[in-house]
Design a protein. Structure first.
Length: 105
């Protein structure tokens, strides 16, 4: 299954640690994330908070990039987070693709 890397971030004033409304919302989201991932057939491999910043690293297996996008929107995480979204490949895959290309220099 394809892998995707997502980095979410928010400013300090949109952090559940400092914003009362988002703290309450985060409690609900925590309970809803796993069922929402299952709905979109997403398997989390890595979920890490990048301390002390306001970022989370997500490494996900998902059937499509649209499944990851839809999960982000339907979970409501985009309401207080920015997202960077990457398709991911193993170094072996990239190396084999590169070997098939002509060099530039």
């Amino acid at each position: 299954m394809p892998k995707y890397v997502v980095i979410s971030s928010h400013p300090p004033n949109s952090c559940p640690s400092s914003n009362k409304t988002l703290r309450e919302l985060n409690k609900t989201l925590q309970a809803d994330l796993q069922p929402m991932m299952q709905k979109h057939k997403i398997k989390p491999e890595v979920l890490l908070h990048l301390d002390p910043g306001h970022r989370v690293l997500w490494v996900l297996e998902a059937p499509t990039s649209e499944a990851v996008r839809d999960f982000i929107y339907q979970s409501g995480l985009e309401r207080f987070n920015d997202f960077e979204f990457f398709m991911a490949s193993s170094l072996d895959e990239i190396t084999s693709w590169i070997e098939g290309q002509p060099t530039i220099w």
